[in-house]
Each structure stands twice: as C-alpha cells, then as structure tokens.
Design a protein around this ligand. Sequence first.
Ligand code: AP5
Length: 210
Amino acid sequence: MAHRIVFLGPPGAGKGTQAARIAKELGVPHLSTGDILRAAVAAKTPLGLRAEGYMAAGALVPDELVLEILHERLEQPDARGGYLLDGFPRNHAQAEELGKFSHVDRVISFEIAPEVVVRRLSERLTCPKCHAVYNLSTNPPKVPGRCDHDGTELVQRPDDRAEAVTTRLKVYAEQTAPLLEYYRKRHLLRTVDAHGSPDEVAARVRRALE
Ligand code: AP5
C-alpha cells in the first residue's frame, strides 16, 4: 500500500473528506495546505495576513508562502513514515519542488462533474477549530450548526461564495489539471470516480492505493 500520497481534484470533489478517513486508516498525517492556511488566517499570523486576500478570491496563494509551510510540515517527525497531501501541489512549480524533497508513491485524481461540485460547495459547512467537514444535505451535523466533535459553531468558508467558486474552478483547470499529465507520465497517477456516497468513493480510493 502506498504511503506517500497526493490527492488531486477540483474544489469540492471530496478530497478533504476522503483524506481524513484514508490517512487515519493508513496511520499517516493528513496534510492539507488549505487547512494550514485557514488556521494561519484565523490566528492572524504574518502568513495568514498575506494569504487571506488570495484565498477569499479563490486564487492560489503565492508559491513561496506555501512551499515554506509545506517544507516545515514535512519535516515534522510524524511525516517521516508517509503522508497524505491534500491540496498540494497545485501547479507545475510546486510539483517540481515536492519531487526535490520527497519521493511520491501514488497520485489519486478525483474525477467529478462541475455541477456536482458547485452543489456540494454551496451546502458545505466546516468547523473552524478541528476542520471537520459537513454537508447540509449529505452529511449534516447532529446538532444543527454545531460541530459533532467539539460543539464549535460551524461556518461557511468565504471561498465557497458563488463567484469565488467560479474562480477556483478556473484556476484548477488552468494551473492544477496539467499535473494529471505530469504524474501520468511518471506512472504515478490513478483516477477515481468521485460521484456516489463517501463510502463508495472511499472503497475506490483504497483500491487505487493498492
Ligand atoms: P483547499 O482547502 O485545498 O480547497 P480545495 O482544493 O478548493 O478543495 P475543497 O476543500 O474546497 O474541497 P474538497 O475536495 O476537499 O471537498 P470536501 O471533502 O470538503 O484550498 C483553499 C484555498 O487555499 C485555495 O483556493 C488557495 O487559495 C489556498 N491554497 C491551498 N493550497 C494551496 C497551494 N498548494 N498553493 C496555493 N494556494 C493554496 O467536500 C466538499 C463538500 O461535499 C462537503 O460539504 C462534503 O461534506 C461533501 N461531500 C464530500 N464527499 C461527498 C460525497 N461522496 N457525496 C456527497 N457529498 C460529499
């Protein structure tokens, strides 16, 4: 089973939902650059203050900021035995940089229709404290508006507004989708149909990691 894993896919494809469960099953850390950046924004760190505007607009945060946090995170002891990267790399320069400091075993591409992701994102709620992800129709919290794990008030991400979603889909098509060919050429890519229930998608991801 692969242990150095990259999840690629458009916004709302279900990468974060699957990464949380698959990383737990494999005993590797789930490294989400989006979650790390959102925590920095919430804490108003210098990194967060620089990243906030790009994120709210749906644009990519400049490579030098993201590479710095990724280097730091991959050097932590828990990432030595493997990791599941969710949201990195996002462009050719980031993929090249990752290749310089780590070997990658497998890249999973989540394939999904744009109209499905638009619906999923419009119904998403997230926990600002533990990053748990909910969906008003497919995965609602037990108590409306509260996180099941810690009771924190759930929020809608600023980049889930319709105009930011449009930008994010465009950015994915232009900057991230070319990485599918990049990893296919290196014989690392497996594609997974991301429609269907989270359990169905998880079963496909497990098969793709074997
Ligand atoms: P990031 O946080 O990485 O967002 P993203 O890639 O756009 O992906 P999402 O988190 O929106 O969606 P997801 O695929 O994880 O779906 P989820 O599981 O939540 O990045 C955000 C921003 O940070 C970027 O725009 C950029 O500004 C910046 N950034 C991050 N990394 C960067 C980098 N490397 N370089 C530069 N900038 C960077 O699911 C979505 C919804 O669907 C949820 O409600 C969920 O409950 C539901 N759902 C999930 N699976 C299913 C299913 N099978 N059936 C029904 N509903 C489902």
